[in-house]
Ligand binder design. Structure first.
Ligand code: ATP
Length: 446
């Protein structure tokens, strides 16, 4: 973990937020390379969940959430962690994270009884600070998918089964944020709510568990470091019929990377119930049941069905950490240490570095700049002009941040328009016509 934290800071992947003011616990910023890796990871998820399927729509909803949503979803009452105080050193901990019932700070066993601590952040809406004018920062992106269920159904004429996907920030006032970006207070989730006919839920639950494992493996996560933990009945979240935690062997221990839950019709059902009550109170005249129900009308039978929901919910930060952990390695080459981030090419923050052999040679720099501009226009991600003038150092710097290919423009390029392409993993160099680089890169990145 120390190696990863140090690389992240040194090379601009992750910074402690507001560091010059002492930071904010459990909150991080992503630097020039971090934002690229994070965007690539999210794009890969979006592509596999939305673009490569024909039964999923995407949305991007608000973070500020009407408090009623989280009241009726059950979060106000149950989205809590058990909190204990140490009477000796006043440290606060999560009761379910204690070892041998001892304070993790001082080792004392003089602890208070656990009491529920709600993890949701509240904020004020508008200029009035008191009263009912508050909203929550969403603790999961899922609720906004449920509250938009009818909007999506009505605007896309979907029928079951189909899903709604969303990537976005969520906020949890974790009692003890820790292990770098593993447990943070401001996080990002990649969530799919997949709506199915009641009775078909078990089948789809199994389907999504398998799909998600395959996806993680495609991101470079080794299957041996993944394991499935079936959450016991008494530990299930209030909405869940069954849940598995997809566990990953992180540097600090084996913990949850993604949760896959059968949320049944709990959320749509409870928002529907509440909507009907509100309608009755407001004396809304109902034309049909669909006014108040978050339900979908079956095309064959015309019956209104409240679907069951299967939810694969993954954390971007935990994915980021797992992927870095898999990719990071050090090795000895010709008596020298080299650090390599063997990221899958589609995740690499920089796809290729274009390096003029001599820094001050105007002609070489112009050739390299033109090649960079041409490749950048292809939309494959960031192509960087690396004008440092030291090839060996450039290779090492790019190995360390996972750039799959380095393309060197040298004196021979001036004569025959060929360039040297050097592969991060094999360190092999080949000579190719500059004209063919675009195609080569395209194939390599796929
Ligand atoms: P944990 O038991 O580790 O607190 P959880 O069961 O509360 O996690 P879920 O509610 O299932 O987590 O959230 C879905 C996913 O969101 C998790 O698998 C994880 O990847 C991510 N996630 C949840 N809380 C955090 C957090 N505090 N920091 C980073 N990622 C998080």
């Amino acid at each position: 973990m120390e190696d990863l934290v140090s690389l992240c800071k040194r090379r601009g992947f992750i910074f402690q937020t507001n560091e010059i003011y002492g930071g904010l616990q459990g909150v991080y910023d992503y630097g020039p390379l971090g934002v690229e890796l994070k965007n690539n990871l999210k794009a890969s998820w979006w592509s596999s969940m939305v673009y490569e399927r024909d039964d999923v729509e995407g949305i991007d909803s608000a973070i500020l959430t009407n408090s009623s949503v989280l009241k009726y979803s059950g979060h106000e009452d149950t989205f809590t962690d058990p909190l204990v105080d140490c009477r000796k050193c006043n440290a606060r901990s999560r009761a379910d994270h204690l070892k041998d019932n001892k304070c993790p700070s001082c080792g004392s066993n003089d602890l208070t009884n656990p009491r529920p601590f709600n993890l949701m952040f509240k904020t004020n809406i508008g200029p009035v600070e008191e009263g009912a004018s508050f909203a929550y920062l969403r603790p999961e992106t899922a609720q906004q998918i449920f509250t938009n269920f009818k909007n999506v159904c009505d605007s896309t004429s979907r029928s079951l089964p189909f899903g709604i996907a969303q990537i976005g920030k969520a906020f949890r006032n974790e009692v003890t944020p820790r292990n770098f970006i593993f447990r943070v207070r401001e996080l990002e989730q990649m969530e799919l709510e997949f709506f199915v006919k009641p009775g078909e839920d078990e089948k789809w639950y199994k389907f999504w568990i398998e799909e998600r494992i395959k996806w993680w493996v495609n991101q470079g996560v080794s299957e041996e470091r993944l394991e499935i933990y079936k959450v016991p009945q008494k530990e299930l979240a209030h909405y869940s019929k069954s849940t598995i935690d997809l566990m990953y062997k992180f540097p600090h221990g084996t913990e949850e990377l993604e949760g896959i839950a059968n949320r049944t019709d709990f959320d749509l059902g409870s928002h529907s119930k509440n909507q009907s009550e509100l309608n009755i109170k407001a004396k809304v005249i109902k034309n049909n049941e669909s006014n108040s129900k978050l339900a979908i009308q079956e095309k064959e039978t015309n019956e209104w069905v409240v679907p069951y929901v299967i939810e694969p919910s993954a954390g971007v930060e935990r994915g980021f950490l797992a992927i870095l952990n898999e990719a990071y390695r050090t090795e000895e080459v010709n008596g020298k240490n080299r650090t390599v981030l063997a990221l899958k090419p589609h995740l690499a923050p920089i796809k290729a570095a274009i390096i003029p052999l001599k820094r001050n040679d105007q002609e070489l720099v112009t050739l390299a700049t033109n090649l960079k501009t041409k490749l950048q226009k292809l939309g494959m991600g960031r192509i960087l002009l690396e004008n440092s003038g030291n090839i060996g150092k450039s290779y090492r710097r790019h190995d360390e941040v996972g750039t799959p290919l380095c393309v060197t423009v040298d004196f021979q390029t001036q004569e025959d328009n060929t360039v040297t392409v050097r592969d991060r993993d094999t360190m092999k160099q080949i000579r190719l016509p500059a004209e063919g680089i675009a195609q080569y890169l395209k194939e390599y990145l796929n």
